[in-house]
Design a protein around this ligand. Structure first.
Ligand SMILES: Cc1cc2nc3c(=O)[nH]c(=O)nc-3n(C[C@H](O)[C@H](O)[C@H](O)COP(=O)(O)OP(=O)(O)OC[C@H]3O[C@@H](n4cnc5c(N)ncnc54)[C@H](O)[C@@H]3O)c2cc1C
Length: 510
């Protein structure tokens, strides 16, 4: 039996433990003849977890589906709520474009999305037609109406893509319990030092208690510390700081809302943006900013003002603030020798689109596929190279989409926003997409050519660019029949009525 040691028990470590245990010991879905692995997870309660990270992409549903975990089982345990998408507020100064909703596209949207794309085309040719994504997507309407993405019983069961909000510490605890129940060995202990082989591969870790734990493969899930990959193996880290300026965050919870929203709000502030994430027992708030433009004290004060402007009772924001550093970028090789980094130890793109756990899932899935590749023993280096390139491309692809938010802002109220808009340290692929958009050509072909649709679909790019009103001024009035938008609104509203109020889906009375 082979040994796999996961160092770190944050959400990344426990997601890895559950998925790898599922692939290697429970289902053996990938290769029925593979050797079994004994999985051990070591974590240090003294060091603890980062304790933020409350939003997901739709990928997280696939994680629970893979493991056969029902929403009724994990959601109440983690104070979880449904997420139809993200509202971007105040990223533009113009009244008509100071808010838009980024939905998670679903097959249902095909019809309305084609109307949206047509409107975008007309708008780029100068016609003053509506192009805010909010008018075209069912998920946007569900978020406006505080409805969940779950259809009511007896109504058409329209399948929508959706994500979640959750308490990350509770999710870690839930996944820990589940993994331990299924045979993963859990050790509370602090790694003091690593023991390496002659070729520098990891042989074992030594804990503060003196215990030595050896393994064939090590998963570094030690958060921003990246003790094994960046620490012991000295793998270089490529920072994204020339693309993405934010390097700090401050988080302050407030009480939960009576009617729980089914969306994340991302509101631009003076030197970054604030998240508002609704859970069943509280609301998560945080400000992601750059300390080149704002001190932690100023950020905390601005966040408190922002929270107070959204709630009636100021006493609800007396909670202590948690200040965090963010190391934004990625390691050059996510898998080097016999160490694979997962979670913050492999890299982090700031949390604007809540993609961190999505990257954890991708990494684990690709790792499992690599390890069970029939030619792994003879072609290990080639397989690792392919793995590293795929993960690196995914990080870069997601980064480009997030950078595009900052490039497209139209705020003039602070140097931070001006500098972001004028920053030309962007990838050639993103520059190509923006140039194509500005030259009024179809960006779909360019996105395909650069394989950028693997990370965000064409519709998401259109939502972003149209949502911020990134068009030249209109030169002709709207000549499309006004009945078109009325019919569309009616169609969306009618379908929205098939979905349950969010509180009802969560079993909470209003
Ligand atoms: C401001 C902010 C907002 C975020 N928002 C989101 C979001 O909305 N959505 C999302 O998906 N992600 C988000 N993230 C990222 C998310 O927090 C992380 O991806 C997630 O929590 C996983 O973290 P981790 O497990 O990699 O690290 P951690 O939670 O830091 O866990 C590290 C583990 O390593 C252990 N450890 C460290 N050193 C040792 C040692 N010497 N010996 C033994 N154990 C050790 C620790 O005890 C701990 O168990 C956000 C991050 C930040 C900073």
């Amino acid at each position: 039996m082979k040994k796999l040691l996961i160092l770190g028990g944050g959400t990344a470590g426990w997601m890895a433990a559950n998925m790898l245990n599922h692939y290697f010991t429970e289902s053996k879905v990938i290769n029925p003849n593979q050797k079994s692995w004994q999985i051990t997870l070591v974590e240090s309660p003294q060091i603890g977890i980062i304790g933020v990270g409350e939003g997901s992409t739709p990928q997280l549903k696939k994680f629970f589906d893979l493991l056969g975990i029902q929403e009724s089982e994990w959601m109440p345990a983690c104070h979880a709520t449904y997420k139809n998408g993200i509202s971007f507020l105040q990223w533009s100064e113009h009244q008509a474009t100071n808010r838009y909703f980024h939905p998670f596209p679903s097959p249902f949207d095909r019809q309305t999305a084609s109307a949206f794309l047509y409107h975008c085309q007309m708008r780029s040719r100068g016609m003053d037609v509506p192009v805010n994504p909010d008018d075209f997507f069912l998920s946007a309407k569900l978020a406006q109406l505080n409805r969940s993405p779950k259809p009511l019983l007896g109504k058409p069961q329209i399948p929508l893509n959706y994500a979640y909000h959750f308490d990350s510490a509770k999710l870690g605890a839930f996944l820990c319990q589940r993994a331990v129940n299924r045979g993963v060995v859990h050790i509370n202990g602090k790694m003091e030092r690593a023991i390496q082989d002659k070729d520098k591969s990891m042989r074992a870790i030594k804990l503060a208690t003196g215990e030595t734990l050896d393994a064939d493969l090590f998963i570094d899930a030690t958060g921003f510390n990246s003790l094994l990959l960046q620490g012991v193996l000295e793998e270089p880290f490529d920072s994204f700081d020339s693309n993405l300026f934010n390097n700090k965050a401050v988080a302050i919870p407030s009480t939960s809302q009576k009617i729980i929203p089914s969306e994340t709000k991302a509101t631009a502030l003076s030197a970054g943006w604030a998240w508002q994430i609704p859970l069943t027992n509280r609301t998560g708030n945080g400000y992601v900013y750059s300390d080149q433009y704002l001190s932690p004290e100023q950020a905390e004060e601005e966040l408190r003002r922002h929270i107070n402007s959204n709630i009636a009772d100021e006493s609800e924001t007396r909670s202590e603030a948690k200040h965090l550093n963010m190391k934004v970028g990625q390691v050059q090789r996510h898998w080097h020798k016999n160490v694979v980094a997962v979670g913050l130890s492999q890299g982090f793109i700031e949390p604007l689109e809540a993609t961190a756990l999505h990257l954890v899932q991708e990494t684990i899935q690709k790792l499992a596929a690599s390890l069970t590749d029939p030619s792994f023993d003879s072609e290990q280096e080639r397989i690792k190279l392919r793995f590293n390139e795929a993960i690196k491309r995914r990080f870069n692809g997601i980064r480009d989409y997030i950078v595009c938010h900052y490039k497209m802002n139209t705020r003039t109220d602070s140097q931070y926003w001006v500098d972001n808009r004028e920053n030309n340290n962007i990838s050639t692929q993103l520059a190509d997409v923006i140039d194509t958009w500005r030259s009024k050509k179809d960006i779909a072909a360019v996105l395909e050519q650069h394989q950028m649709t693997h990370y965000y679909p064409v519709i998401s790019w259109y939502c972003l660019l149209a949502g911020y009103g990134s068009f030249a001024p209109a030169t002709s009035p709207n000549k499309l029949p006004s009945s078109n938008m009325k019919q569309l609104a009616h169609y969306i509203m009618q379908n929205a009525s098939h979905f349950a109020p969010h509180n009802e889906s969560l079993g909470i009375s209003t």
